[in-house]
Design a protein around this ligand. Structure first.
Ligand SMILES: Nc1nc2c(c(=O)[nH]1)N[C@H]1C(S)=C(S)[C@@H](COP(=O)(O)OP(=O)(O)OC[C@H]3O[C@@H](n4cnc5c(=O)[nH]c(N)nc54)[C@H](O)[C@@H]3O)O[C@H]1N2
Ligand SMILES: Nc1nc2c(c(=O)[nH]1)N[C@H]1C(S)=C(S)[C@@H](COP(=O)(O)OP(=O)(O)OC[C@H]3O[C@@H](n4cnc5c(=O)[nH]c(N)nc54)[C@H](O)[C@@H]3O)O[C@H]1N2
Ligand code: SF4
Ligand SMILES: [Mo]
Length: 700
């Protein structure tokens, strides 16, 4: 049977046409197959040529609604003097933006313009226009709100931005502050994790809360929030003390292992010490360290439960060191240093034309030279107080910082102070409402996209327009082309159709563009132990457990455990607030989806029943959570799974405060209660650096 038979069968049964797609509902960017009939999306599943196979998650299945959501933005808009919005033409919108951009650059230089994006659809177009041609160094993803400490730890130690996980071959898996069965990971990784468990792999989960993943683990370690670094250092101490590390690998591939070993012993990071810090008993720590070192292949990794703290970077460095000192790097069953696919830029800009900024990037000027992405949390100070230098214009693309950044009020003030603010979105979001110009983008079903996939080997996803764009919405590549023309850079953005630039981007792939278009996804071989040939991407070519890049920037080259910057509960605010994601929604932006609202229609806080009883709170009540910054009223669910003294909030809803007929009025916008707290080295955001008081709310 031909490979495409099941696609053909569905087409035949449903009277559809299959068009390859990409899902950008969450950051895992699955390759999909979109089945359309009469210009409507009728069914979506995973791409059979991708690592996911035809599977996909509930959010992905429900996403078909997006293509015809009646609440979507239909045309460009400009804010009027009374604060409302007027419909304008694309030509007016792009001319207005271009004139402003040219006069701002003339007056203040290109660096005062920032372009911020998240679930990037073809981000290379805006990157080339804004950085290479217009000349600002401030084009940035929003990693500072997401995984910044993980990325910096990996960059500093492996010279690699994004380790993935080979659960499929692992025998011992330890997950720290990550909940893949709750907030889903890449689908293929999740499937492989389930298969590994069936095969008998051991799963250890470190989480102050008995998360969905902890429920399936062999061992759950309920650490005190923010103390993972101490637990990891104590495991390292035990492995050093018993010399259970992989001596040959350490000698060959670790830079500064002896310094690290001496350091953990000298600092007295013993299991006994860690018991006092973390609340996990020392026998358990010792036993897990012994087992981790003795079981090959093994892997440990983490995510938001570590990066949300001021000490997350060193927790990650220690966790990656534990992988490295036991020889568990880039082999079957280990964390994998993903191999990039050979993608080219969509358009060519001659080297001599590439702009050279006069000022350093905001990250550097703000004092975070190693920050992978700009610490966007500090942007309001650049706009309002011109610190470290003024920012006059900002673009927000596939990002809704009015809902996702902390300290929402200062963000709103910032929006008022900007000379130019542009939001490119599908909806009239909270951020769009605060912007001067709002541009409607065509959704993921209505545009083409060529992107690197997140599978461990090289993977390219090529999606195509499946249905016609809603209203006057346009794909971002057409928006950037239009803007480039107005700015005088039109000559570089020349194409007749998306196939022209897609063909250029994929010219170095080993398959033809025609084959890629038909399949929608290309995957190369999953190669292990790549460092054997090329070394690691660090200055020393080895894994820098003693980090020269951190050292040069004036930071501690070895990981330490500190609570110096931590916000800890006190008498007035006796609870530690921590964050988590919702299983059936993604971040802020699925909240207008009727199918997902059927499953969960609001966010909530989770509290231990003992704490609740003492406060006279019952399951399902509404509670008031107050931080030194602000207050929020939210529904509460009582769960033994949450440690006493901790309150976990699920972030996301409250999206429909100002728009969205489905979402309006549902859930709580929690982010005003978070203070502006930037992790000291990475510039990431410490969402869990938050102490609160709790009381029953009388509000209905
Ligand atoms: N269904 C769904 N999937 C998603 C998303 C979504 O919104 N919904 N969002 C996507 C995005 S943008 C991201 S970044 C990822 C995030 O993926 P995850 O990081 O897996 O998401 P969270 O639910 O924030 O999980 C963090 C876990 O850390 C725990 N935690 C809190 N404090 C600590 C601590 O001090 N130590 C330890 N060890 N654990 C702690 C929390 O209880 C929680 O279980 O998920 C992605 N996938
Ligand atoms: N309190 C708290 N705050 C958090 C977190 C937390 O756990 N707790 N998590 C943080 C994390 S990990 C993250 S990643 C961020 C997420 O923060 P954001 O990136 O701001 O949130 P999303 O919901 O992912 O926003 C996506 C936006 O893109 C729009 N969009 C969707 N598809 C398209 C498209 O095709 N084109 C265009 N132009 N727009 C589109 C949506 O309408 C939405 O406005 O939130 C952070 N904030
Ligand atoms: S895992 Fe994320 S990207 Fe993949 S189908 Fe689900 S929502 Fe879409
Ligand atoms: Mo994220």
């Amino acid at each position: 049977m031909a490979e495409t038979s099941s696609r053909e069968m569905i087409n035949e049964i449903r009277g559809t046409r299959m068009v390859p797609g990409t899902c950008i509902i969450c950051p895992w960017h699955c390759a999909t197959e979109v089945f359309v009939r009469d210009d409507k999306v009728v069914y979506v599943r995973g791409n059979e040529h991708s690592a996911n196979g035809t599977s996909r998650c509930v959010k992905g299945i429900a996403s078909a609604h997006l293509s015809r959501d009646p609440d979507r933005l239909l045309h460009p808009m400009r804010k009027n003097s009374s604060g409302g919005f007027d419909r304008i033409s694309w030509d007016e919108a792009l001319s207005y933006i271009a004139e402003k951009l040219l006069s701002i650059r003339e007056k203040d230089g290109p660096e005062v313009v920032g372009y911020f994006w998240h679930l990037d659809s073809n981000p290379m177009f805006s990157m080339q226009l804004f950085t290479h041609l217009y000349g600002t160094p401030n084009w940035s993803g929003h990693g500072a709100a997401c995984d910044q400490d993980r990325r910096l730890a990996s960059e500093a130690m492996f010279g690699h931005p994004l380790p993935t996980k080979d659960f499929a071959h692992s025998r011992f898996i330890m997950l720290w502050g990550v909940d893949p069965f709750g907030a889903n990971e890449a689908l293929h990784e999740n499937r492989e994790l389930m298969e590994a468990l069936k095969r008998g792999a051991k799963l250890v989960v470190v989480d102050p809360v008995r998360s969905r993943t902890a429920e399936r683990a062999h061992v759950w370690l309920p650490v005190r929030p923010g103390t993972d670094g101490a637990l990891a250092l104590a495991m390292a101490h035990r492995i050093v003390e018993t010399q259970a590390y992989d001596q040959e690998f350490c000698e060959g591939w670790l830079y500064g292992f002896q310094e690290f070993a001496d350091h953990v012993l000298a600092q007295g990071y013993t299991p006994e010490w860690a018991e006092g810090v973390t609340g996990i008993d020392q026998q358990t720590i010792t036993q897990l360290a012994d087992e981790f070192a003795a079981t090959r292949p093994a892997l440990m990794d983490g995510l938001k439960g570590l990066v949300n703290y001021s000490n997350g970077l060193d927790a990650f460095r220690t966790i990656y060191t534990l992988n490295a000192m036991t020889g568990n790097i880039d082999g079957p069953g280990n964390i994998i240093l993903k191999e990039p696919a050979p993608l080219d830029m969509p358009i060519e800009i001659p080297e001599e034309e590439v702009a050279v900024p006069q000022r350093p990037s905001l990250s550097e000027a703000m004092g975070y030279p190693l920050a992978p992405d700009i610490p966007t949390q500090l942007l309001p100070w650049a706009v309002i107080e011109h610190q470290p230098y003024p920012v006059k214009a900002a673009f927000f693309h596939i990002i809704n910082p009015a809902m996702s950044e902390p300290n929402s009020r200062v963000f709103e003030q910032m929006m008022e102070a900007l000379e130019l603010s542009v939001t490119i979105d599908l909806y009239m979001t909270e951020t769009a409402q605060l912007s001067d110009i709002v541009l409607p983008e065509a959704s993921m079903f209505e545009r083409a996209e060529v992107r690197e996939g997140l599978w461990s080997g090289p993977q390219v996803i090529c999606s195509q327009p499946a249905v016609s764009p809603l209203g006057e919405s346009r794909p971002v590549y057409e928006i950037m082309k239009g803007l480039a023309e107005k700015l005088g850079y039109g000559e570089y953005f020349q194409w007749d159709s998306w196939e022209d630039w897609a063909r250029r981007m994929t010219q170095y792939l080993p398959i033809s563009f025609e084959e890629l278009k038909e399949k929608g996804c290309w995957q190369g071989d999953l190669n292990y132990y790549k460092y054997g040939e090329e070394g690691f991407g660090t200055g020393s070519g080895r894994i820098e457990v003693y980090s020269e890049s951190l050292n040069e920037a004036g930071y501690d080259p070895l990981p330490v455990y500190t609570e110096a910057e931590r916000v800890l509960p006190d008498d007035e605010y006796p609870f530690q607030l921590i964050n988590g994601k919702m299983q059936f929604h993604c971040n802020v932006h699925t909240q207008n989806n009727p199918y997902l609202l059927e499953i969960e229609d609001e966010n909530w806080a989770e509290l231990n029943p003992q704490d609740a009883q003492a406060l006279g709170i019952s399951d399902g009540d509404r509670i008031e959570i107050a931080s030194p910054q602000d207050k929020a009223v939210i529904a509460v669910r009582l769960r033994e799974a949450v440690q006493p003294g901790v309150v976990k909030v699920i972030h996301g809803h409250g999206f429909g405060r100002r728009f969205g007929s489905m979402a309006r009025g549902k859930g709580t916008h929690i982010n005003p209660i978070f203070e502006t707290r930037v992790n000291p080295i990475s510039g990431g955001i410490g969402y869990n650096e938050c102490k609160v008081s709790i009381g029953k709310s009388e509000e209905a």
